[in-house]
Design a protein around this ligand. Structure first.
Ligand SMILES: Cc1cc2nc3c(=O)[nH]c(=O)nc-3n(C[C@H](O)[C@H](O)[C@H](O)COP(=O)(O)OP(=O)(O)OC[C@H]3O[C@@H](n4cnc5c(N)ncnc54)[C@H](O)[C@@H]3O)c2cc1C
Length: 533
């Protein structure tokens, strides 16, 4: 039996961030990870001989700059580069939109002068609200507490701090904030723009990892969630970590280990040990027991509470609610090895557009139909696919002259209707995704020399992402902010003493941000200092 100050369940990037901050503060930390590799959904793996890629998360923006700086991730080898163009949206009629610094307006003007005149103001409005999110991501949201005591005083101060941030917004900005938290992205975009491709550009962000129509209430928040990032100080920009997303988690692991944290791989947690309403340790799959003062979990909250904790150790009302935690982001992920770059009918040949996020989903109506189809059929027969070819920016991933691409496909059912299994439909749907790209870039299918296919079921099996949910729980209003993972537990503390949440199931939610790990570490350290000075 082992004993330490903190055990962290899961070496995803949030678990590693939490470990690094706690170890830096002098606590003895042990991270235990089920897989043979650290990084969770932010990993780089060889998926075909000689071809490596970020096999799950594939693009970086949301990673918090404060965390990059605090953990000195650049000293641990992290280098993030911007895409040469941000997004490329080809349409079936041969038109296209290409966005990025210095090019968006000009490209959009060819499609709609009216929209080209409006896009800057729209971006500014989004950016102003994204600034509020940025100010809120590295702090615990106000937590609802019952009764009056130290906790209530602490939360009253927290509410004042949060209100102070919101008060920076003018009244019109507060109205925009309300819209972005409650309305559908589709309605908001229809109010501003007329062109389908520009609406699809923002609409895609509203359905990424969100198994919903872009016209579903609340989808505007998901769009906003994808806008609060930055790359190398440039707000709203997406980039690439050289070596893939695994370079981020490897840098975090190196920072954590450098401060003394131990990271044990191939060490799945079977059970959290509870004694007298306190989490006091864990049992690994191999039977090893590790006791600790604090247990921080970075796994999906529903997984933690329904599979790793004995039901009778939890308050019944808490357990009832967490059983209804909504998972399932409706995504299907492929990695493909290519012997040639694709050539798109709308913009043939090589060029900066091949380093962009290439969105195949040319209108909001198309995205809405894709969702409707997935609801009844199990997947959309005309799916929405984002193609990213990181080897256009990074020559470490595959042999010279070859390429790797990520296909991030939206609108497949987390569980297939009619009791069918993803095990029986994985390859058929993968063929459909490749054929969808081939429609826009003829010859693409023939250039594929190897592929890895991850259905929602595979995402659950490989990464512990229940229902394949990339965010550890839907980003719906009832699962956000003070309600993530539940009203009364937004302060990173679970319902048992000594138990904390440090993964994407806590505020500010999914994405490679590091923020839940950072925020949980702060709470654990606060509790530790309150006890031991
Ligand atoms: C297909 C896909 C594409 C995505 N694309 C992007 C993107 O491009 N950009 C972006 O910012 N975000 C993206 N995301 C979202 C982002 O990757 C996740 O929200 C984020 O990585 C979650 O990090 P985490 O550390 O909280 O959890 P995870 O990364 O899920 O880590 C949790 C860890 O816990 C481990 N674990 C599970 N059960 C146990 C157990 N019983 N015992 C021990 N360990 C256990 C898991 O193996 C895992 O390593 C994507 C996610 C997916 C799946």
């Amino acid at each position: 039996m082992n004993e330490t100050d903190v055990v962290i369940i899961g070496a995803g990037h949030n678990g590693l961030t939490c470990a690094a901050y706690l170890a830096m503060a002098g606590l003895r930390v042990k991270v235990v990870e089920r897989r043979k590799v650290a990084g969770g959904a932010a990993v780089t793996e060889e998926f075909h001989p000689g071809f490596r890629n970020s096999v799950a998360a594939y693009t970086v923006s949301l990673l918090n700059p404060q965390i990059i700086s605090d953990l000195k991730l650049s000293d641990h080898g992290l280098r993030i580069v911007e895409r040469r163009a941000q997004n490329f949206l080809p349409a079936p009629d041969g038109s296209y939109l290409l966005t990025g610094e210095g090019r968006t307006r000009q490209s959009l003007a060819k499609l709609s002068e009216r929209d080209a005149d409006r896009i800057e103001a729209f971006n500014r409005e989004l950016e102003e609200i994204a600034d509020v999110l940025r100010a809120l991501v590295l702090r615990a949201p106000p937590n609802i507490v019952e009764g009056f005591g130290a906790g209530a005083i602490r939360e009253a101060l927290n509410v004042l701090g949060t209100a102070g941030i919101l008060r920076r917004l003018s009244l019109p900005q507060q109205r925009s904030l309300l819209d972005l938290f409650t309305r559908s992205a589709g309605e908001m975009l229809d109010d501003v723009f007329e062109n389908d491709l520009v609406k699809a550009l923002y609409g895609f962000d509203a359905i990424v990892g969100n198994y919903a129509s872009p016209y579903a209430a609340g989808s505007a928040y998901v769009m906003l969630h994808h806008a609060f990032g930055e790359v190398n100080g440039k707000k709203g920009v997406w980039g690439h970590a050289i070596g893939g997303m695994g370079a981020i988690s490897q840098a975090m692991a190196s920072a954590a280990a450098g401060h003394g944290a131990g990271i044990e791989l191939d060490a799945g947690v079977r059970e959290v040990i509870v004694e007298r309403d306190r989490a006091v340790g864990i049992v690994l799959d191999n039977g090893e027991i590790i006791r600790a003062r604090y247990i921080a979990s970075s796994v999906n909250p529903k997984l933690l509470y329904t599979r790793l904790l004995p039901a009778d150790a939890l308050p019944a009302a808490f357990l009832d609610r967490i059983r209804n935690w909504r998972n399932g982001s409706g995504t299907f992920r492929m990695n493909v090895a290519l012997n040639a770059l694709p050539s798109f009918t709308a913009l043939p040949g090589d060029g900066d557009h091949l380093s962009a996020g290439i969105i195949l989903g040319p209108s909001l109506a198309y995205m809405d139909r894709a969702w409707q189809d997935a609801r009844t059929h199990g997947w959309s027969r005309e799916p929405v696919v984002e193609v990213l070819i990181p080897s256009t920016l990074d020559d470490t991933l595959c042999p010279p002259g070859k390429h790797v691409a990520s296909l991030f496909c939206q609108h497949v059912a987390p569980e297939l209707p009619g009791g069918r299994s993803w095990d029986d439909h994985r390859e058929e749907v993968a063929d459909l995704m490749v054929a969808t790209v081939d429609k826009y870039a003829p010859g693409f299918a023939a250039s594929v020399v190897g592929r890895q296919v991850l259905s929602p079921l595979d995402l659950e099996r490989q990464f512990g992402l229940l229902g394949g949910d990339i965010f550890h729980g839907a980003l719906s209003l009832n699962q956000l902010f003070s309600a993530r993972p539940m009203l009364g537990h937004a302060d990173y503390r679970g319902p048992l003493r000594g138990l904390y949440h440090c993964g994407a199931g806590a505020h500010p939610g999914g994405g490679v941000t590091g923020a839940p790990g950072h925020n949980a570490a702060r709470v654990i350290l606060g509790d530790h200092r309150a006890l031991f000075g």
